[in-house]
Design a protein around this ligand. Structure first.
Ligand SMILES: O=C(O)C1=C[C@@H](OP(=O)(O)O)[C@@H](O)[C@H](O)C1
Ligand SMILES: C=C(OP(=O)(O)O)C(=O)O
Length: 464
């Protein structure tokens, strides 16, 4: 069911805001040769922030992400009563965060929560607001009102929490008001999480604080992005919460205490993707130190994906090294989740056809990513097509042009990848990368300078 890129363009403001600046994507006249360190994981940072706000004492996040999505989460939790303070740390991309949890006994006045375009904020925070004794009004960017929310809203109502629509909206999407009474009974809850794994993660994160805990059951088409649910379960166990996920589509969270913690956040392996892709796009080499030996991040899949596309990939002493092959090989990939826009950009540069499957739910991401990727790849002369659950991308000679970003950080970085290999690409609104990586243009430029300066490696870590 092909989407409409025109509609999406309007939703994000791209087509109606021609004034958005165009970024001349650097064309790589030589193979990249650089060592790159990227900021902290969005998914881990925002999970740990939520858990710190619910914990039994003060917690510390070391080397967390500092970006729009994490700032929105910090502000949302402050609105709900948590105290969050920046303290000096040893991360390359900003201070650590100390969090004093929300006092569950405090009575609270009505508060506004801005979700921006952050799925983690719009899905993870409403269940937390349900535990508060007071009302919380949720809204976000214009496109956020189009992202799937009905499952969370219905789940809260089934749990006995009052959720009402605002501005004439029916409350199956933003904006809405959650009227908490200070406790949620919990118990067995059946949801359809086929539109987003974040529905499951959101409820699991708070489940231990429900009076009876939570037995969450998914019924419907398969839940996407299962790696992200496994991350939630692993993070919960790490803070002392008992989770039983031994039966597929059932998660049982025992009622109990969330232990305060001191946790170092891994770098964002999904956001490492565009840099690793640069090795393939320029037939160069990218090294990423501190690649975790064991991780629940979906970005660990880069090691398989990039090897399948013809790169040489080694993980040695914690450094991932990717060297592009003589050509980028087309390939078939299932379930690439949030990696898909980066994979699609590489497929558009490949010498053979590719098929991406299992990503229908990307239509509900920051923009309709399937429609947007087809529109932007084809705008540069590519040959991409939507399928019911993904994309087919065939080889074609690409030419200069503008890549629209649709307020989507991963569309912007996909445009940057294409620009490495195709002279004259301009990316609209590169600043939209601030959703998860405000440093992107800087690190990207440093990567190319490192390659130009010398064959030896230059780290482009920024200081605090
Ligand atoms: O829980 C998370 O941190 C995320 C889950 C995934 O959402 P979907 O299941 O909606 O794809 C992923 O795409 C998103 O970027 C982050
Ligand atoms: C889908 C994404 O984000 P969100 O957390 O807003 O859903 C993403 O970062 O690719």
């Amino acid at each position: 069911m092909p989407g409409s890129p025109a509609t999406q363009t309007d939703d994000s403001g791209s087509a109606t805001a021609p004034a958005l600046p165009l970024w001349p994507a650097p064309f790589a006249s030589h193979p990249v040769d650089a060592t790159v360190t990227v900021p902290g994981s969005k998914s881990l940072t925002n999970r740990y922030l939520v858990l710190a706000a619910l914990a039994n004492g003060p917690s510390r996040l070391r080397a967390p992400l500092h970006s729009r999505d994490s700032a929105l989460m910090v502000e949302a939790l402050r609105q709900l009563g948590a105290t969050i303070t920046e303290v000096p740390g040893d991360g390359h991309y900003g201070p650590d965060l100390e969090v004093t949890p929300i006092d569950p006994a405090a009575t609270a006045s009505e508060t506004d929560i801005d979700c921006g375009l952050a799925g983690t904020v719009m899905r993870f925070v409403p269940p937390l607001a349900a535990l508060r004794n007071g009302a919380s009004v949720f809204d976000g960017d214009p496109h956020a009102r189009l992202r799937p929310m009905g499952t969370i809203i219905e789940a809260l109502r089934t749990l006995g929490v009052e959720v009402s629509g605002l501005d004439g909206h029916t409350a199956n999407s933003l904006p809405f008001k959650v009227s908490g009474t200070g406790s949620v009974r919990g118990g067995h809850l059946v949801i359809d999480a086929s539109a987003s794994s974040q529905f499951v993660s959101a409820l699991l994160l708070v489940g231990a604080r429900f009076d009876e805990g939570l037995h969450l059951e998914h019924v419907g088409k398969p839940v996407p992005s299962l790696d992200h649910i496994n991350m939630t379960v692993s993070v919960l166990r790490g803070v002392g919460v008992q989770v039983d996920d031994s039966v597929p589509n059932h998660w049982r969270v025992a009622p109990g205490t969330i232990q305060a913690f001191d946790e170092r956040i891994e770098q964002d392996l999904s956001n490492a993707g565009p840099f690793l892709a640069a090795a393939l796009a320029t037939k160069g080499t990218i090294r990423i130190p501190n690649w975790p030996a064991n991780t629940t991040q979906v970005g660990d899949l880069w090691r398989d994906i990039l090897a399948t596309m013809g790169a040489t990939v080694t993980l040695d002493n914690g450094t991932l090294t990717v060297t592009g092959g003589p050509e980028i090989l087309g390939a078939d990939f299932d379930e690439t989740s949030e990696l898909a826009p980066t994979v699609a950009a590489l497929c558009a540069l490949a010498t053979g056809p590719s098929r991406l499957t299992g990503i229908a739910h990307l239509r509900g991401h920051e923009t309709d990513r399937l429609a947007a990727l087809v529109a932007e790849i084809n705008r540069l002369g590519g040959d991409a097509e939507e399928t019911s659950d993904g994309l087919v991308i065939r080889p074609a000679a690409l030419h200069a042009g503008v890549v629209h970003s649709y307020a989507d950080h991963r569309m912007a970085t996909a445009g940057a990848i294409l620009g490495l290999a195709v002279e004259g690409v301009q990316v609209e609104d590169i600043a939209t990368t601030s959703k998860t990586m405000p440093e992107f243009p800087h690190i990207w430029a440093s990567m190319l300078t490192a390659g130009a300066a010398a064959a030896d490696t230059v780290s482009m870590e920024t200081s605090n």
